[in-house]
Design a protein around this ligand. Structure first.
Ligand SMILES: *Cc1c(COP(=O)(O)O)cnc(C)c1O
Length: 500
C-alpha cells in the first residue's frame, strides 16, 4: 500500500494509518464522493464512468507491467485550478505572468526528483514518456549539433544564421544516428523505429539479445556501436526481464563518442526504491535519463528527464521546443508521488515487486511454462506461450475471459510477428501495490497455467488453425475468475475509498 508519512524528511512523525474499519468516513471517501457528485451535476454519464472504473479496477487481476495504482493523495493533487494556468518556460523564467505558485510546485517536484535519483538536474514537465524522450533527443541534438554550428558561424542563436547556414544545420539535425535495443528484444518504439517520429528523425540501428540465452549481449552492442558510431546510444526497454549493466553501456558510448541516454520508463520505481543500484542504476552512468512517472514509480500519468549539468539548459527548453504548456496540476501530483517514493516504505514496495516477479516466474516454470531468458530479475516476466500451442493474441484473449488482464508481446525472433506474437508480458507493480505477496503470485501462476493449458486455437475460415480465435474449455473462465476474485478480496484496492 501507499506510504502516508508527509514530505521527504524521515524525521517527521508519521501520520497514523487511516482506519479502514469504516471506509465510508475516511477523508478519501468524502473527497472522491464529493468530486463525483459535483461532476454528476453537469454530466452524469461521466460521473457514472468514473464510478464504474474503480469497480472494474477492483475486480481485475491486473498484470499489465506498465500499470499501477496511484495513491489517493496523488490522484487528488491533480483535480484543481492548477489546470487553468499557462506556464510556458521554466521555474522563474516564464513566458506568462502570475506563475508564482506553479514555480513552487515545479521546484518542489524537481527537488524531490533530484534528491530521490541523485541527479544533477530534473525536468518534470513532459506530459508522457514519449514527450520526455523527444525532449531528451532534442537536448542532445542541440548540444552536439546545433551549438557547434552556431559557434562555427559566430552567432548566438538560430535566428542569426544565414539562410544557407540554417539549411545546412537543418539537414545535419536530420542526419544523425541512434543505436537502440531491437523491438523484439524488448526495446521501445520511441527508440528510433520508423512508425514513431524518432525513426523519422534518426538513422537507426538496433542491438538484440543472445539467441541462446535471451540475454543482452554487450559484446554485440560494442561491435554495433564501433561500426555504426551513433550520436546517441539508447538503453532501456519495455519488455526485457533482466537488469542492464549501465556502466558497461557508458563505456561503450564513451568509446565511440556517443551520448548515453537511458529510458527507464518501466523500471524507474526499482531505481527509486534502491533495488537497482550500482552498475544497474542508470543515473550515475548516463548523461541523460528519461522516464514515465506512472509505471513502477506509481505517480500520475506523465514523464520526466534527469540529466547532468552539461545538458540542463537544453533540457529546460523542452517547452516550447517540443512540449505544449506544462500541466501544473500533474506536476503537483508528481511532487506528491516523488515525496512518497522517498519514504522507506517505497523501498520495501520496490523489493516486494521484484520478489513477487520471482515468485511468479518460479511458479510458471514449475508448472512447465517457458520464460524468455528463463526467469526475471526485475518487475516483469515474458512468458513464451508457444509451448501451450497458442499465439500471444489467443493467450491474451483467453486470460481476459477469465478476468486476468495482461498484454501480448513479441518475443525475440518471434515467428508470429508483432501483431499476433508468441508472448505474454506480465508485471507485478500493480498487484504488489494491492498487497499481494509471493504466495499470492504463486497462485496467479497457477491460474494463468490453468487457463492456457485448457485453451486451444480456433479454426480459421481456411480450415487451418487460427492465430486469433481460441476455444477455452467449458467452465474454466468461471472457475478461474472465482478464484481470482477470492484472491483479490483479500487485498482490497483503495480500501479507504467507499463511494457508497
Ligand atoms: C511506456 C514507455 C514509454 C512511453 O510512455 P508514454 O507515457 O506512454 O508516452 C517510453 N519508453 C518506454 C521504454 C516505455 O516503456
Amino acid at each position: 500500500m501507499w506510504s502516508r508519512a508527509p514530505g521527504p524528511s524521515r524525521r517527521l512523525p508519521r501520520r497514523p494509518e487511516v482506519t479502514t474499519d469504516n471506509p465510508s468516513r475516511t477523508p478519501e471517501s468524502t473527497a472522491f464522493r464529493t468530486a463525483i457528485d459535483v461532476v454528476r451535476g453537469v454530466e452524469p454519464r461521466i460521473a457514472d464512468a468514473i464510478g464504474a472504473e474503480i469497480e472494474d479496477q477492483r475486480a481485475s487481476l491486473k498484470l499489465i507491467a506498465s500499470e499501477n495504482y496511484a495513491s489517493p493523495a496523488v490522484l487528488l493533487a491533480m483535480g484543481n485550478w492548477f489546470s487553468d494556468k499557462y506556464a510556458e518556460g521554466t521555474i522563474g523564467r516564464r513566458f506568462y505572468a502570475g506563475c508564482r505558485n506553479v514555480d513552487t510546485v515545479e521546484a518542489i517536484a524537481a527537488e524531490h526528483a533530484r534528491e530521490l535519483f541523485g541527479a544533477q538536474h530534473a525536468y518534470v514537465q513532459p506530459h508522457s514518456g514519449i514527450d520526455a524522450n523527444l525532449v531528451a533527443f532534442w537536448a542532445v541534438l542541440a548540444q552536439r549539433v546545433e551549438l557547434p554550428a552556431l559557434e562555427r558561424a559566430g552567432v548566438r542563436q538560430v535566428n542569426d544564421l544565414s539562410e544557407e547556414d540554417w539549411e545546412r544545420l537543418r539537414k545535419a539535425l536530420g542526419d544523425q544516428r541512434m543505436l537502440g535495443m531491437s523491438l523484439d528484444a524488448g526495446g521501445h518504439l520511441t527508440h528510433g523505429f520508423r512508425p514513431n517520429i524518432s525513426g523519422k528523425m534518426f538513422h537507426q540501428r538496433s542491438y538484440g539479445t543472445d539467441p541462446e540465452t535471451g540475454l543482452l549481449d554487450y559484446d554485440a552492442v560494442r561491435a554495433a556501436a564501433r561500426e555504426f558510431r551513433p550520436l546517441i546510444l539508447i538503453a532501456g526497454y519495455s519488455a526485457y526481464p533482466r537488469r542492464v549493466n549501465f556502466r558497461i553501456m557508458r563505456e561503450i558510448a564513451d568509446e565511440v563518442g556517443a551520448t548515453l541516454m537511458v529510458d527507464m520508463a518501466h523500471f524507474a520505481g526499482l531505481v527509486a526504491g534502491k533495488v537497482l543500484t550500482g552498475d544497474f542504476d542508470p543515473v550515475p552512468h548516463a548523461q541523460i535519463v528519461t522516464t514515465t512517472t506512472h509505471k513502477s514509480l506509481r505517480g500520475p500519468r506523465g514523464g520526466m528527464v534527469l540529466c547532468d549539468d552539461s545538458l540542463a539548459d537544453q533540457v529546460d527548453r523542452g517547452c516550447p521546443m517540443v512540449l505544449g504548456g506544462p500541466l501544473p496540476h500533474v506536476m503537483a501530483a508528481k511532487a506528491v508521488a516523488l515525496a512518497e517514493a522517498r519514504q522507506p516504505a517505497f523501498q520495501d514496495y520496490a523489493q516486494r515487486v521484484v520478489d513477487n516477479a520471482q515468485s511468479l516466474a518460479d511458479g510458471l516454470t514449475r508448472r512447465g511454462a517457458r520464460l524468455v531468458t528463463g526467469g526475471t530479475d526485475n518487475h516483469l516476466v515474458l512468458l513464451d506461450v508457444s509451448g501451450y500451442g497458442l499465439t500471444g493474441r489467443q493467450a491474451e484473449g483467453a486470460l481476459l475471459d477469465a478476468g486476468i488482464v495482461t498484454n501480448r508481446n513479441a518475443i525475440p525472433r518471434d515467428p508470429n510477428g508483432a501483431w499476433y506474437t508468441s508472448g505474454i508480458r506480465l508485471g507485478t507493480p500493480a498487484l504488489t501495490t494491492r498487497g499481494l505477496t509471493a504466495d499470492g503470485f504463486d497462485e496467479v501462476a497457477e491460474l494463468i497455467d490453468t487457463v492456457l493449458s485448457r485453451t486451444t486455437p480456433g479454426t480459421a475460415k481456411s480450415g487451418k488453425p487460427s492465430k486469433a480465435t481460441y476455444v477455452l474449455a467449458e467452465g474454466v473462465a468461471k472457475e478461474v475468475a472465482d478464484r481470482s476474485a477470492d484472491l483479490l478480496a483479500k487485498h482490497p484496492l483503495y480500501p479507504q475509498v467507499d463511494l457508497g
